[in-house]
Design a protein around this ligand. Sequence first.
Ligand code: SAH
Length: 233
Amino acid sequence: MSFKASILTLYPDMFPGHLGHSMSGRAIERGDVEINTINIRDFAEGKHRNVDDTPSGGGAGMVLRADVLARGIDSLPNDGRPRLLMSPRGKPLKQSRVRELADGEGVVIVCGRFEGVDQRVIDARNLEEVSVGDYILSGGEPAAFILLDAIIRLLPGVMGNDESGTYESFEDNLLEHPHYTRPQVFEELEIPEVLLSGNHKKIDEWRRAQSQALTAERRPDLITARNTQKPRK
Ligand code: SAH
């Protein structure tokens, strides 16, 4: 069964973009992932086929029209896939939500443009607003790439080594330990001795301690979250 991503965008040619390469590219080729785009402009009416209009109440920029976008959304079967709107006002995307989405059958993603989307279509079509960070992009497309990239790499069979999907940054609200590989000496810097010891218990302990120290230093907010959230099953 393939994971189905339907993307509503004014720039369908941007897809699959980088998702057509490497691991996700192979997943698409195998048919494990289906990415299809819906051009919002196809649902515009009238001589000028306008998709946007000036903001009610005045102000700068343009707003994506509710009626046009709703027709685009309604052109898809209502098959229970979550409908997401990429939006800086959304809930910040976390690995836990990525995992939930990857466990499902697919997603419908709306990419905003201009100043944003008419609130009424967000309400009427029950769009879940998702943010990829506290900064403003020019459109929802790069945010959709981030979301899909994060989902696709978790799908069964996509990552060569399934192990590497389980002990990564954020999985336990911890940042990952540092990595080393050959050569053993690089510019007089050596690989930490414990990693060359072959003692796996010691190595695991060292990595865990590194993880915890790094998280405490760089992301104390994750430690707080860790103490208040229940662990992932
Ligand atoms: N005026 C809006 C920003 C509009 S940016 C505001 O101040 O909130 C145009 C579009 O880019 C948005 O509709 C959204 O789809 C996308 N976008 C911008 N930043 C984003 C972010 N951090 N996460 C997800 N989508 C984003």
